[in-house]
Design a protein around this ligand. Structure first.
Ligand SMILES: Nc1ncnc2c1ncn2[C@@H]1O[C@H](COP(=O)(O)OP(=O)(O)OP(=O)(O)O)[C@@H](O)[C@H]1O
Ligand SMILES: O=P(O)(O)OC[C@H]1O[C@H](OP(=O)(O)OP(=O)(O)O)[C@H](O)[C@@H]1O
Ligand SMILES: [Mg+2]
Length: 285
């Protein structure tokens, strides 16, 4: 059995579970507080805090894991990064009180105190810039520190920016961009690597499918050349005969979901009929 460490709660846990489900690795038989669950196949999920996952995987207690890229960097352990999972997007930023007069990283003076749940990354970032700050490690709610006089500035995660705003803080600089990652133990043997390669492909096929739709339409044969321009598909559209279709043929293609509205209108303008758009579960190139 290969152990995959997954976040037990918090920001990433629901989306991780959904991704694995969509890849056919359903988290089975997990009660609210269960610490492990079978994922089907040769995988077993172990549910731990997102923060602990880099350590567990780096130690080989789990052969792979999913956690934030921010936490992987903060841990500073050697890990193989197998795939960016594209959700959990956020940034680790330097922020200061609106009324502090600090608007750029250069305004941070030597000796200032910086509250952060990411003390290692914070220390390293300022050090690299030649700024000598004192890091005040906290385990959460760093945004309150400047108001309590515990620190002058903070280094914290943000995505929508509403927490910073609510706390009267202004973003000054970005330390790191993050999203959820699939990481692996560097000491895995050949067999584990093969299984993890299959896992990576399965998860990748779900991610690839999410931004795409499968489109079918009947179009006049005479407009096929123009249809090709509208429907590039992966390797150009598949063209299928329609029984008793007269002048019409069916075209099938995988298209971007972002442009589907325009694509459908363009097909209609070319005489397309019976247009059907469906979701794709998985897509392997
Ligand atoms: N606002 C956000 N938007 C998007 N992703 C985020 C956001 N905040 C955190 N994340 C991502 O989710 C990861 C886990 O954060 P989360 O808040 O769930 O856990 P935690 O606060 O470290 O743990 P716990 O809830 O157990 O104390 C972060 O390391 C980051 O990668
Ligand atoms: O830019 P925003 O969209 O406002 O998000 C930023 C907030 O999200 C995270 O906290 P979270 O909500 O995970 O709570 P936590 O402090 O309990 O981890 C992060 O620590 C910020 O406080
Ligand atoms: Mg959090």
């Amino acid at each position: 059995m290969l152990k995959i460490a997954l976040p037990n709660k918090g920001r990433l846990s629901e989306e991780v579970r959904e991704l694995f489900n969509d890849a056919g690795l359903e988290v089975r038989g997990r009660g609210e507080r269960a610490l492990t669950a079978s994922l089907g196949g040769e995988f077993e999920a172990i549910f731990v805090r997102a923060q602990d996952i880099p350590e567990f995987v780096a130690d080989g207690a789990a052969q792979a894991g999913v956690t934030g890229w921010d936490l992987v960097n903060e841990a500073g352990r050697e890990l193989e990064s197998l795939m960016d999972l594209e959700f959990g997007r956020c940034r680790l930023v330097v922020a200061a009180r609106e009324d502090s007069g600090i608007t750029r990283a250069e305004d941070v003076k030597d000796g200032m105190r910086v509250a952060s749940c990411f003390p290692r990354l914070t220390q390293a970032w300022f050090q690299q810039r030649g700024q000598r700050v004192t890091v005040v490690p906290v385990s959460g709610a760093a945004e309150i520190a400047p108001h309590l006089g515990i620190a002058d500035i903070v280094v914290d995660l943000t995505s929508t920016g509403s927490t910073l705003k609510m706390n009267g803080l202004r973003e000054v600089s970005t330390v790191l961009e993050s999203s959820a990652r699939l990481v692996a133990y560097p000491g895995n043997g050949a067999e584990a690597r093969r299984s993890l390669e299959e896992l990576t492909q399965a998860l990748g096929s779900v991610l690839a499918a999410r931004g795409r739709r499968y489109l079918m339409a009947n179009v006049p044969k005479t407009s096929l050349e123009q249809v090709r321009e509208v429907l590039p598909g992966l390797n150009g559209p598949t063209v299928v005969d329609v029984m008793d279709g007269g002048n019409f043929v069916a075209v099938h293609a995988v298209v971007s979901s972002r442009t589907i509205y325009r694509t459908v209108n363009a097909l209609k303008a070319l005489g397309g009929q019976g247009i059907l758009v469906t979701r794709i579960e998985r897509l392997m190139a």
